[in-house]
Design a protein around this ligand. Sequence first.
Ligand code: SF4
Ligand code: SF4
Length: 53
Amino acid sequence: MIEEWCSGCGKCVDVCSNNALEIKDNRANVNLEKCLLCGYCSQYCRDFCIKIV
Ligand code: SF4
Ligand code: SF4
């Protein structure tokens, strides 16, 4: 889940080794078919936008 205050900086996109994230309309967007829910990307978001639910 990605919070609405995501700035679209793209940091999380770079760290997902599964390529499950992309920037769409200036916000991160997760492809749930690719995401493994590993939580790795969330520690790289300085604005704490990413939550694994
Ligand atoms: S790192 Fe955080 S602010 Fe940056 S694109 Fe990802 S979710 Fe959005
Ligand atoms: S939880 Fe893991 S697989 Fe899913 S987007 Fe984040 S780094 Fe990628």
